[in-house]
Design a protein. Structure first.
Ligand code: SAM
Length: 214
């Protein structure tokens, strides 16, 4: 996501500890009691400007949500959304997904969402794709046993690559749509990228995959 540089982004995030998690490593093992109301914890990785995570939190008040985003420039837009929405069950985390194991104990997360992850089409950049096997191992290490990833994208190449990566990892494919917006899937919440690319006529691919029993 190309964004204007916002040198004040970090400072603004520090001003809103009620929305942006400040010292995530201190919460490790304690996420159950972090939110005002106990409930399952779903995280979105690469949350961007935060529309999906905010609308999900509105639609599912019994579930807690964390939007994880690497770029502070982007995350401040999500913060503006949260300030406006004033929801108790959604927080933001400015972090790289590869470090989730520093912040969460095994089993603390109930579901991972990946929405319109950067495709990194060049083979030499495979390791950066959020569905690369090393990222899958990180997600598995923090998810509940047999936890799920829900993934959507308009990028056919990334979708195909990811299905193969999930399968090689031993994951089970529980749901797949090759044209989400013309499917019977109910309750879809559009992300910013989803709106942009579907308006251009791109098809949206979606799947739900589950880690195997170990
Ligand atoms: N999910 C949003 C949407 O659908 O509108 C944003 C999609 S954007 C193409 C991908 C986002 O993932 C970017 O904001 C990028 O900074 C973030 N991202 C990429 N790699 C990441 C990582 N390793 N950890 C956390 N966020 C990451």
């Amino acid at each position: 996501m190309r964004m204007r540089n916002k040198p004040w982004a970090k400072e603004k995030m520090n001003e809103y500890p009620q929305y942006v998690i400040q010292n995530p490593e201190e919460q490790k093992g304690k996420w159950k009691t972090y939110f005002p109301q106990e409930g399952p914890l779903f995280i979105e990785i690469g949350t961007g400007k935060g529309r999906f995570i905010t609308e999900m939190a509105k639609a599912h008040p019994d579930t807690n949500f964390i939007g994880v985003e690497l770029s502070d420039n982007v995350l401040v837009s999500a913060l503006d959304r949260l300030i406006e929405a004033e929801l108790p069950n959604v927080k933001l985390l400015n972090a790289n997904a590869k470090n989730l194991g520093l912040y969460f104990e095994p089993g603390e997360i109930n579901r991972v969402y990946l929405n319109f992850s950067d495709p990194w089409p060049k083979t030499r950049h495979e390791k950066r794709r959020l569905t690369f096997k090393e990222f899958l191992a990180v997600y598995e290490s923090v998810l509940v046993p047999e936890g799920e990833i829900h993934f959507k994208t308009d990028n056919q190449g990334l979708f195909e690559y990811s299905l193969v990566s999930f399968s090689h990892y031993g994951m089970k494919l529980n749901y797949v749509s090759l044209d989400l917006h013309n499917s019977d899937f109910e309750g879809n919440i559009m992300t910013e990228y989803e709106e942009k690319f579907s308006n251009k006529g791109n098809r949206i691919y979606r799947c739900e995959v589950q880690f195997p029993k170990r």
